[in-house]
Design a protein around this ligand. Sequence first.
Ligand code: SF4
Length: 151
Amino acid sequence: MNKLTNEQILKALATAGLIGNLVKFNASISGAEAGCQAEIGTACAMASGAATQLLGGSIHQIEYAAEMGIEHHLGLTCDPLYGLVQIPCIERNAFAASRSLNHAAYALVSDGRHIISFDKVVKTLKQTGYDLPSLYKETSLGGLAIFGKED
Ligand code: SF4
């Protein structure tokens, strides 16, 4: 891949910001509101879209990669040990970052056409977030967080 220009990087960051704001406006980007799917799912969607753009993707391929970023995190609970954004947060974010490159690669071998649109997956994230019990919304009362209480 050729060296990227500052303009290309700024445009990709703008795309990522747009994706994040769409989720924020139409659903949530808060683990306390909608679980980790809303935080890491959205972050992954932002990175997936930006990476696809930087790799030369069309607008349809960018939308597809962003859609996968959320789709592949739907239902993910927010359950940080000790109430700290460390375990499982750090690893989850690192792997979501690496997954975003896979989403870009996958979208780029397609023509960008797919069944579930970005808007539909955001709508699903919102409903799934409502349906998740509060145990899994940053309260550290359920999921992995219970193991932080054993010591
Ligand atoms: S599990 Fe960690 S990264 Fe995920 S939403 Fe909760 S605090 Fe944020």
